[in-house]
Design a protein around this ligand. Structure first.
Ligand code: KIV
Length: 279
């Protein structure tokens, strides 16, 4: 019986076994209540370093720290019990050396209880992935548009536009799989490139802006819930939370200003020993 069927947490092996099978459903979460809502719907919850942009208001993911990832991953672990929880390694925590990567990956697993880490896997990262996996750290790779490389890439735009870029992305994905990653995120590439990557690697590809050719999909939860005015082209909004929150806040503000909130139902009536008024 798989871990999924027995009601235990989904494992990295369960996800790896879904290659070319039932599509893998993934979303991000950064807090306990959201994780609790998503837990039985998603196969995998990513505590993405996108937290820096969508929760902390940073201009990119570059400023995200280990402490931020640990704090948010702990909350997600408290809120979930079934989905596989994967934590992003923040920029600067794994590129310098494989030893430093192991030290930080081990911290993420030990201090949060999450089961795996994700890192953006340019070809240089293969050696680090192998080092981590051999030492007991399951790794999910991330190729194509790599948001942590924004200062080199110049903009958050689709990649694989030239023959050289396509070849580089294919090589990155193959090196990531060969190094022992259990899955790989493929971000911001055309459908035919996503298809080629998916055919070439033996591990599941999780697409974001990469078409249905991938073995699974991931979106940033706040994006797909419609929390922001602007979202990238590849985001489909499944709710209009920004409008709903504004409408609720405006209704509340109006009632506070008119002194119609709180209503009697929200007011404590304690029997404080004060003499009761005669009926
Ligand atoms: O940080 C993140 O949320 C991610 C996903 C968008 C794949 O890396």
């Amino acid at each position: 019986m798989s871990a999924q069927a027995s009601g235990k947490r989904i494992t990295t092996a369960d996800i790896a076994a879904r290659k070319a099978g039932e599509p893998i459903v993934c979303l991000t979460a950064y807090d306990a209540p959201t994780a609790e809502i998503l837990d039985d719907i998603c196969d995998l919850i990513l505590v993405g370093d996108s937290v820096g942009m969508v929760v902390h208001g940073l201009p990119s993911t570059v400023g995200v720290t280990m402490e931020m990832m640990i704090l948010h991953a702990r909350a997600v672990m408290r809120g979930s019990r079934r989905a596989l929880v994967v934590v992003d390694m923040p920029f600067g925590s794994y590129e310098e050396s494989r030893e430093k990567a192991f030290e930080n990956a081990a911290r993420l697993l030990k201090e949060t209880g999450a089961q795996a880490v994700k890192l953006e896997s340019g070809r240089y990262a293969a050696d680090t992935i192998r080092f981590l996996v051999e030492r007991g750290v399951p790794v999910m790779g991330h190729v194509g548009l790599r948001p942590q490389a924004i200062n080199v890439m110049g903009a958050f735009k689709a990649r694989g536009r030239t023959t050289a870029e396509r070849a580089e992305i294919l090589a990155e994905a193959e090196a990531t799989a060969a190094a022992g990653a259990f899955a790989v995120v493929v971000e911001g590439v055309s459908e035919d490139l996503a298809q080629e990557v998916t055919e070439r690697v033996a591990i599941p590809t999780i697409g974001i802006g990469a078409s249905t050719a991938c073995d699974g999909q991931i979106l940033v939860t706040q994006d797909m819930l419609g929390l922001f005015d602007w979202t990238p082209k590849f985001v489909k909004r499944y709710a209009a939370l920004r409008a709903a929150i504004r409408a609720a806040a405006e209704a509340y503000a109006g009632e506070v200003r008119r002194r119609t909130f709180p209503e009697p139902a929200q007011v404590y009536r304690l029997d404080s020993g004060k003499p009761k008024k005669p009926a």
